[in-house]
Write a protein that binds this ligand. Structure first.
Ligand SMILES: NC(=O)c1ccc[n+]([C@@H]2O[C@H](COP(=O)([O-])OP(=O)(O)OC[C@H]3O[C@@H](n4cnc5c(N)ncnc54)[C@H](OP(=O)(O)O)[C@@H]3O)[C@@H](O)[C@H]2O)c1
Length: 269
Protein backbone atom coordinates (compact mmCIF):
# COMPACT_ATOMS: atom_id res chain seq x y z
CA UNK A 1 0.00 0.00 0.00
CA UNK A 2 1.29 3.45 -0.89
CA UNK A 3 0.96 5.39 2.36
CA UNK A 4 1.31 8.69 0.50
CA UNK A 5 3.90 10.02 2.93
CA UNK A 6 6.46 11.00 0.27
CA UNK A 7 7.68 14.57 0.86
CA UNK A 8 5.56 15.03 3.99
CA UNK A 9 7.42 17.05 6.62
CA UNK A 10 7.58 15.10 9.87
CA UNK A 11 8.81 16.47 13.21
CA UNK A 12 9.63 13.82 15.83
CA UNK A 13 10.59 14.93 19.35
CA UNK A 14 12.69 12.30 21.08
CA UNK A 15 13.82 11.06 17.67
CA UNK A 16 17.42 10.27 18.63
CA UNK A 17 16.86 6.96 20.40
CA UNK A 18 14.58 3.96 20.91
CA UNK A 19 11.13 4.14 19.32
CA UNK A 20 11.71 7.72 18.13
CA UNK A 21 14.77 6.64 16.15
CA UNK A 22 12.77 3.78 14.61
CA UNK A 23 10.10 6.34 13.68
CA UNK A 24 12.70 8.47 11.91
CA UNK A 25 13.90 5.40 9.98
CA UNK A 26 10.35 4.39 9.09
CA UNK A 27 9.30 7.84 7.82
CA UNK A 28 12.55 8.31 5.86
CA UNK A 29 11.90 4.88 4.34
CA UNK A 30 8.55 6.20 3.08
CA UNK A 31 10.23 9.21 1.44
CA UNK A 32 9.19 11.76 4.08
CA UNK A 33 11.39 14.68 5.18
CA UNK A 34 12.23 14.20 8.86
CA UNK A 35 13.32 16.53 11.66
CA UNK A 36 14.39 14.87 14.90
CA UNK A 37 14.82 16.74 18.20
CA UNK A 38 16.35 15.75 21.53
CA UNK A 39 18.65 17.15 24.24
CA UNK A 40 21.89 15.19 24.09
CA UNK A 41 23.87 16.65 21.18
CA UNK A 42 26.30 13.76 20.85
CA UNK A 43 23.55 11.15 20.59
CA UNK A 44 21.48 13.39 18.30
CA UNK A 45 24.43 13.92 15.95
CA UNK A 46 25.23 10.23 15.92
CA UNK A 47 21.58 9.34 15.19
CA UNK A 48 21.50 11.92 12.40
CA UNK A 49 24.69 10.65 10.78
CA UNK A 50 23.50 7.02 10.96
CA UNK A 51 20.16 7.98 9.41
CA UNK A 52 21.87 9.98 6.65
CA UNK A 53 24.13 7.01 5.87
CA UNK A 54 21.11 4.69 5.75
CA UNK A 55 18.99 7.07 3.63
CA UNK A 56 21.43 9.04 1.44
CA UNK A 57 18.58 10.35 -0.74
CA UNK A 58 16.45 11.35 2.26
CA UNK A 59 16.11 14.75 3.88
CA UNK A 60 17.00 14.50 7.57
CA UNK A 61 17.48 17.44 9.95
CA UNK A 62 18.28 17.43 13.64
CA UNK A 63 17.87 20.11 16.29
CA UNK A 64 18.86 20.11 19.93
CA UNK A 65 15.86 20.83 22.12
CA UNK A 66 14.79 20.20 25.68
CA UNK A 67 11.02 19.99 25.27
CA UNK A 68 10.45 21.00 28.90
CA UNK A 69 11.81 24.50 28.07
CA UNK A 70 9.48 26.96 26.35
CA UNK A 71 12.24 28.99 24.67
CA UNK A 72 13.79 25.85 23.17
CA UNK A 73 10.40 24.72 21.85
CA UNK A 74 9.99 28.15 20.21
CA UNK A 75 13.40 27.81 18.57
CA UNK A 76 12.47 24.29 17.39
CA UNK A 77 9.17 25.51 15.90
CA UNK A 78 11.02 28.31 14.04
CA UNK A 79 13.65 25.84 12.85
CA UNK A 80 10.92 23.53 11.51
CA UNK A 81 9.59 26.46 9.47
CA UNK A 82 12.94 27.60 8.12
CA UNK A 83 14.44 24.15 7.56
CA UNK A 84 11.41 22.16 6.34
CA UNK A 85 9.03 24.94 5.29
CA UNK A 86 6.43 23.81 7.85
CA UNK A 87 5.17 20.61 9.45
CA UNK A 88 2.62 18.09 8.11
CA UNK A 89 3.06 15.49 10.85
CA UNK A 90 4.00 16.36 14.42
CA UNK A 91 4.88 13.46 16.71
CA UNK A 92 5.09 14.55 20.34
CA UNK A 93 7.14 11.61 21.44
CA UNK A 94 9.92 12.69 23.86
CA UNK A 95 9.50 11.12 27.27
CA UNK A 96 10.46 8.32 29.55
CA UNK A 97 9.55 6.22 32.55
CA UNK A 98 9.87 7.23 36.20
CA UNK A 99 10.47 5.37 39.47
CA UNK A 100 8.96 6.58 42.75
CA UNK A 101 6.16 6.30 45.24
CA UNK A 102 3.64 9.07 45.77
CA UNK A 103 4.98 9.51 49.30
CA UNK A 104 8.64 9.90 48.33
CA UNK A 105 8.40 11.97 45.16
CA UNK A 106 8.94 15.72 45.54
CA UNK A 107 6.71 18.26 43.75
CA UNK A 108 9.56 19.13 41.36
CA UNK A 109 9.48 15.63 39.89
CA UNK A 110 5.73 15.91 39.25
CA UNK A 111 6.18 19.30 37.56
CA UNK A 112 9.13 18.15 35.43
CA UNK A 113 7.19 15.18 34.06
CA UNK A 114 4.08 17.32 33.55
CA UNK A 115 6.22 19.62 31.38
CA UNK A 116 7.87 16.65 29.63
CA UNK A 117 4.79 14.59 28.82
CA UNK A 118 1.94 17.12 28.73
CA UNK A 119 3.01 20.75 28.36
CA UNK A 120 5.54 19.98 25.62
CA UNK A 121 2.66 18.63 23.49
CA UNK A 122 0.33 21.49 24.48
CA UNK A 123 2.96 24.10 23.64
CA UNK A 124 4.30 22.62 20.40
CA UNK A 125 0.78 21.98 19.08
CA UNK A 126 -0.12 25.61 19.84
CA UNK A 127 3.07 26.96 18.26
CA UNK A 128 2.72 24.91 15.06
CA UNK A 129 -1.07 25.11 14.71
CA UNK A 130 -1.41 27.93 12.19
CA UNK A 131 1.37 26.61 9.93
CA UNK A 132 -0.06 23.09 10.05
CA UNK A 133 -3.57 24.37 9.30
CA UNK A 134 -2.24 26.27 6.26
CA UNK A 135 -0.49 23.16 4.97
CA UNK A 136 -3.64 21.10 5.66
CA UNK A 137 -5.70 23.55 3.58
CA UNK A 138 -3.25 23.04 0.70
CA UNK A 139 -2.58 19.29 1.01
CA UNK A 140 -5.75 17.84 2.57
CA UNK A 141 -4.75 17.28 6.18
CA UNK A 142 -2.06 17.56 8.83
CA UNK A 143 -1.61 15.13 11.72
CA UNK A 144 -0.55 15.32 15.36
CA UNK A 145 0.29 12.05 17.12
CA UNK A 146 1.00 12.11 20.84
CA UNK A 147 2.85 9.11 22.26
CA UNK A 148 1.10 8.02 25.45
CA UNK A 149 1.43 4.54 26.93
CA UNK A 150 -0.41 1.46 28.12
CA UNK A 151 0.22 3.03 31.53
CA UNK A 152 -2.32 5.76 30.68
CA UNK A 153 -5.02 3.16 31.31
CA UNK A 154 -3.26 0.32 33.15
CA UNK A 155 -0.59 1.60 35.55
CA UNK A 156 2.79 0.07 36.34
CA UNK A 157 3.26 -0.16 40.09
CA UNK A 158 6.55 1.71 40.36
CA UNK A 159 5.85 4.84 38.31
CA UNK A 160 2.76 6.79 39.43
CA UNK A 161 4.06 10.05 37.94
CA UNK A 162 4.52 8.44 34.53
CA UNK A 163 1.06 6.81 34.72
CA UNK A 164 -0.66 10.07 35.67
CA UNK A 165 1.11 12.30 33.13
CA UNK A 166 0.56 9.86 30.25
CA UNK A 167 -3.15 9.62 31.19
CA UNK A 168 -3.29 13.42 31.06
CA UNK A 169 -1.64 13.39 27.63
CA UNK A 170 -4.30 10.95 26.38
CA UNK A 171 -7.06 13.30 27.53
CA UNK A 172 -5.23 16.31 26.07
CA UNK A 173 -5.09 14.47 22.72
CA UNK A 174 -8.86 13.97 22.85
CA UNK A 175 -9.54 17.64 23.66
CA UNK A 176 -7.12 18.84 20.98
CA UNK A 177 -8.67 16.60 18.33
CA UNK A 178 -12.05 18.27 18.94
CA UNK A 179 -10.53 21.74 18.70
CA UNK A 180 -8.31 21.16 15.63
CA UNK A 181 -10.62 18.97 13.50
CA UNK A 182 -12.25 22.01 11.85
CA UNK A 183 -8.79 23.01 10.56
CA UNK A 184 -8.21 19.52 9.08
CA UNK A 185 -5.52 18.84 11.68
CA UNK A 186 -6.18 15.28 12.75
CA UNK A 187 -5.10 14.49 16.32
CA UNK A 188 -4.76 11.12 18.03
CA UNK A 189 -2.65 9.30 20.59
CA UNK A 190 -0.68 6.11 20.10
CA UNK A 191 -0.12 4.07 23.24
CA UNK A 192 2.72 1.55 23.08
CA UNK A 193 3.10 -1.04 25.82
CA UNK A 194 6.44 -2.83 26.32
CA UNK A 195 8.88 -1.96 23.57
CA UNK A 196 12.49 -3.05 24.01
CA UNK A 197 14.45 0.22 23.95
CA UNK A 198 17.41 1.68 25.90
CA UNK A 199 14.90 3.13 28.40
CA UNK A 200 13.86 -0.43 29.34
CA UNK A 201 17.52 -1.49 29.63
CA UNK A 202 17.98 1.29 32.20
CA UNK A 203 14.82 0.35 34.11
CA UNK A 204 15.56 -3.38 34.04
CA UNK A 205 19.13 -2.87 35.31
CA UNK A 206 17.74 -1.10 38.39
CA UNK A 207 14.70 -3.31 39.00
CA UNK A 208 16.56 -6.61 38.50
CA UNK A 209 19.20 -5.52 41.03
CA UNK A 210 16.43 -4.67 43.52
CA UNK A 211 14.91 -8.15 43.00
CA UNK A 212 18.26 -10.00 43.01
CA UNK A 213 17.75 -11.49 39.54
CA UNK A 214 19.50 -10.98 36.22
CA UNK A 215 18.44 -8.22 33.88
CA UNK A 216 17.34 -10.73 31.24
CA UNK A 217 15.28 -12.64 33.84
CA UNK A 218 13.54 -9.42 34.85
CA UNK A 219 12.68 -8.61 31.21
CA UNK A 220 11.55 -12.17 30.41
CA UNK A 221 9.41 -12.42 33.56
CA UNK A 222 7.77 -9.08 32.85
CA UNK A 223 7.01 -9.94 29.23
CA UNK A 224 5.69 -13.43 30.06
CA UNK A 225 3.59 -12.25 32.99
CA UNK A 226 2.24 -9.14 31.29
CA UNK A 227 1.62 -9.69 27.60
CA UNK A 228 -0.30 -12.57 26.02
CA UNK A 229 2.26 -12.59 23.23
CA UNK A 230 4.97 -13.26 25.86
CA UNK A 231 7.59 -10.84 24.56
CA UNK A 232 8.44 -7.18 24.13
CA UNK A 233 7.62 -5.38 20.88
CA UNK A 234 10.45 -4.16 18.67
CA UNK A 235 10.55 -0.42 17.95
CA UNK A 236 10.02 -1.24 14.27
CA UNK A 237 6.74 -3.11 14.97
CA UNK A 238 5.45 -0.02 16.73
CA UNK A 239 6.75 2.41 14.09
CA UNK A 240 4.60 0.67 11.45
CA UNK A 241 1.47 1.75 13.32
CA UNK A 242 2.64 5.38 13.35
CA UNK A 243 3.19 5.25 9.60
CA UNK A 244 -0.39 4.19 9.00
CA UNK A 245 -1.79 6.65 11.56
CA UNK A 246 0.12 9.53 9.92
CA UNK A 247 -0.93 8.53 6.42
CA UNK A 248 -3.86 10.08 4.54
CA UNK A 249 -5.02 6.44 4.33
CA UNK A 250 -6.04 6.88 7.99
CA UNK A 251 -8.04 10.06 7.33
CA UNK A 252 -10.95 9.00 9.62
CA UNK A 253 -8.69 8.11 12.54
CA UNK A 254 -8.79 10.87 15.15
CA UNK A 255 -9.89 11.62 18.70
CA UNK A 256 -8.79 8.22 19.93
CA UNK A 257 -5.92 6.43 21.63
CA UNK A 258 -4.71 3.48 19.61
CA UNK A 259 -3.08 0.89 21.87
CA UNK A 260 -0.42 -1.53 20.61
CA UNK A 261 0.15 -3.90 23.52
CA UNK A 262 0.56 -7.56 22.50
CA UNK A 263 -2.31 -8.51 24.81
CA UNK A 264 -0.94 -6.69 27.86
CA UNK A 265 -4.11 -4.70 28.53
CA UNK A 266 -6.50 -6.83 30.53
CA UNK A 267 -9.78 -5.29 29.40
CA UNK A 268 -11.68 -4.78 26.17
CA UNK A 269 -12.13 -1.02 26.51
N1 LIG B 1 9.70 1.72 25.45
C1 LIG B 1 8.47 1.45 25.86
O1 LIG B 1 8.18 0.32 26.28
C2 LIG B 1 7.41 2.50 25.84
C3 LIG B 1 6.09 2.14 26.14
C4 LIG B 1 5.10 3.11 26.13
C5 LIG B 1 5.41 4.41 25.80
N2 LIG B 1 6.69 4.75 25.52
C6 LIG B 1 6.98 6.15 25.20
O2 LIG B 1 7.71 6.25 23.99
C7 LIG B 1 8.60 7.37 24.06
C8 LIG B 1 10.02 6.91 23.79
O3 LIG B 1 10.37 5.86 24.66
P1 LIG B 1 11.70 5.01 24.45
O4 LIG B 1 11.55 3.80 25.26
O5 LIG B 1 12.01 4.91 23.01
O6 LIG B 1 12.75 5.96 25.21
P2 LIG B 1 14.30 6.25 24.98
O7 LIG B 1 14.96 5.18 24.21
O8 LIG B 1 14.83 6.60 26.33
O9 LIG B 1 14.26 7.59 24.09
C9 LIG B 1 13.72 8.75 24.62
C10 LIG B 1 13.92 9.88 23.61
O10 LIG B 1 13.33 11.08 24.16
C11 LIG B 1 14.34 12.09 24.27
N3 LIG B 1 14.05 12.95 25.42
C12 LIG B 1 13.90 12.59 26.72
N4 LIG B 1 13.68 13.67 27.48
C13 LIG B 1 13.67 14.75 26.63
C14 LIG B 1 13.50 16.12 26.80
N5 LIG B 1 13.31 16.69 28.00
N6 LIG B 1 13.54 16.92 25.70
C15 LIG B 1 13.76 16.41 24.46
N7 LIG B 1 13.92 15.10 24.25
C16 LIG B 1 13.89 14.27 25.32
C17 LIG B 1 15.66 11.30 24.40
O11 LIG B 1 16.80 12.07 24.01
P3 LIG B 1 17.63 12.95 25.08
O12 LIG B 1 17.73 12.15 26.35
O13 LIG B 1 18.94 13.20 24.41
O14 LIG B 1 16.86 14.21 25.25
C18 LIG B 1 15.39 10.18 23.38
O15 LIG B 1 15.57 10.64 22.07
C19 LIG B 1 8.41 7.98 25.46
O16 LIG B 1 7.46 9.03 25.41
C20 LIG B 1 7.86 6.81 26.26
O17 LIG B 1 7.12 7.22 27.37
C21 LIG B 1 7.70 3.84 25.52
Amino acid sequence: MDLKLTNKNVLITGGSNGIGYALAEAFLGEGANVLIAARNKERLDSAASNLRAQFPQGKLSAKECDVTRVAELETLAQFADSELGGVDVLINHAGGGTDETVMNAPDDKWYYNWDLHVMSAVRLSRMLHSGMAKRAALHGEAVIINTTSKCAVQPLWYEPIYNVTKAALAMFSKCLSDEFAKDKVRVLAIAPSMVLTPDWMKTSAKKSAEQGISQQEFLDNLAKNSAAIGRFATPEEVANLYLFAASPRASYLLGTSVHIHGGAIKSVN
